[in-house]
Design a protein around this ligand. Sequence first.
Ligand SMILES: CC(C)[C@H](C(=O)O)[C@@H](O)C(=O)O
Ligand code: SF4
Length: 473
Amino acid sequence: MNSPRTLYQKHIDSHTVCPLDDQGHVLLYIDRQVANEYTSPQAFSGLRETRRSVWRPSATLAVVDHVNPTTPQRIATMPDAGGARQVSYFAENCRDFGIELFDVLDKRQGIEHVVAPEQGFILPGMVVAAGDSHTTTYGALGAFGFGIGTSEIEHLLATQTLVYKRLKTLRVIVNGELGAGVTAKDIIMALIEQIGASGATGYAIEFAGPAITALSVEARMTICNMAVEAGARGAFMAPDDKVFAYLQAKPRAPRSELWERAVAKWRALHSDEGAVFDREVTLDVNALEPMVTWGTSPDQASPIGARVPDPSAQPDPILRQGLQRALDYMGLTPGMLLNEVVISHAFIGSCTNARIEDLRDAARVVRGKRVAAHVRAMIVPGSTAVRDQAEEEGLAGIFRDAGFEWRQSGCSMCLAMNDDVLAPGDRCASSTNRNFEGRQGAGARTHLMSPAMVAAAAITGHLTDVRSLLAEA
Ligand SMILES: CC(C)[C@H](C(=O)O)[C@@H](O)C(=O)O
Ligand code: SF4
């Protein structure tokens, strides 16, 4: 009898072309890849120099997302010369190598990790690699996604395979039931806080447990997306009926008999009873509060009701120094209440939290209220399709009426590679995934939180427990 296997082992076993050594390296077949204008240019240049072609052009979807502007009116020309070059070289590469491209004027454009699932381009059981670390997002669909570097992109485009080293497995079991106003973002932030920003380095995470099954597919994407902030190079969840329902009507999902056969296969995509994980972590979310970061690493986070930590209480001198540096950069005083931290900006966007459900969550908080006078608040939908849907549902109107800027889709202020950049000293409540120094602009300060929490901060002008506003409504 075969020994029980984890879902990770099943993904890797079914995609192993051949083992390469006895150190765990294999040649791994990759079903699909997504490419963006920022990390693909050198890979294409490499192919050009060596006169190689793309092995399977239909396995690649190309999306412009990192550098394009998000000004309310869509424009084909990039305002910045560097960005313009990246976008035009990307288009040239896609044309010459026969790859389908969603350019900025395409109605299907958006952030790659929002667009690929919404197109049904990613299906359960697939192994997906891309030149972007948040490719882990696809784990929510029962696919195995991970980020790769530029030379690997070149290898992948040329051969549809990668040299891959097996990871260790970590199962995160999430128990309990989320309270009102507490979301998937808070679960993943609490996990990262608990295990640390490199707590899952070397591991693939499988998320399981009742609190995960209870989540919508989009909420599960938030968790898999941010798992990379704990160091995981891959995160996934066993696909269930919710995933199948999510995928069924998507443009590129299989149809009729093929669909039935696919679903029957996908039902076997779970860890076997008795499968052994290298490590297991349990999280209980019954008492979980909305989380916010106060530092410059995603694990420097606390429940909104807490205070800014005091470095002098940290006995380890190295950790104490790191903590002090984070607080200096963030301009925070030890002991200060988190919900008294005044913000200048609010940003709802990114592949972590700018899907339609995120916008609905935020709109629920904002409806009938005004953004605080000293705050500049922006909404950058995760994709053009999300933007259109939000217009149709009347969410855009709610945001505009409240004083939010309603913009076009892209990575935008998640990493400030276009002209959506904060100034030194600006302080932003942000629904994104990284709060590193300078992430949203040199000298700018980022507080990560859920989109509903960003909405609450935008309204009151300071970090705020969203539950207090929901109770009022
Ligand atoms: C630009 C890209 C390499 C990067 C990533 O890999 O994640 C970006 O998307 C980010 O979020 O920092
Ligand atoms: S939205 Fe942010 S995290 Fe996501 S791909 Fe773009 S830059 Fe990276």
